[in-house]
Design a protein around this ligand. Structure first.
Ligand code: ATP
Ligand code: MG
Length: 123
């Protein structure tokens, strides 16, 4: 079975969408195998998003994910990485298809609710 890292960003908790998002992933047939409510340090945020260091949105991204707690999770299932990414929808919610988490629940690329690993190595 494949596993992937997901975290619900501060906007998901602030807007009370944790249950809704978990339901969508469960409904897809994925299995929740780990979950932790946590604060992200600047050091961890910088390491997690190292690939984006130097980009214009990087400081705002780090400030956002460290601003209030997140829910970090591990989800398991056949093709879990791809299944989560498809269920999340495109990075910019404006372009995300209806039926996806970002396409149904957001509009702002800097407040796109959820992170899912983009590869098994990243997970
Ligand atoms: P994530 O890594 O958070 O799951 P993603 O893989 O869909 O999202 P990435 O390209 O890895 O997208 O970008 C990481 C995050 O940086 C995005 O989720 C988004 O919040 C933010 N981001 C990306 N591009 C922009 C942009 N042009 N303006 C503002 N924020 C951006
Ligand atoms: Mg990414």
């Amino acid at each position: 079975m494949d596993r992937t890292l997901v975290f619900l960003k501060p906007d998901a908790l602030q807007r009370g969408l944790v249950g809704e998002i978990i339901s969508r992933l469960e409904g897809r047939g994925l299995k929740l195998v780990g979950m932790k409510l946590m604060r992200v340090s600047e050091e961890l945020a910088g390491r997690h998003y190292a690939a984006h260091a130097g980009k214009g949105f990087f400081p705002g991204l780090v400030a956002f994910v460290t601003s209030s707690p997140i829910v970090a999770m591990v989800w398991e299932g056949e093709g879990a990485v791809e299944a989560v990414r498809c269920t999340m929808g495109r990075t910019n919610p404006v372009e995300a298809h209806p039926g996806t988490i970002r396409g149904d629940l957001g509009i702002d690329v800097g407040r796109n609710l959820i992170h899912g690993s983009d590869s098994a190595e990243a997970a």
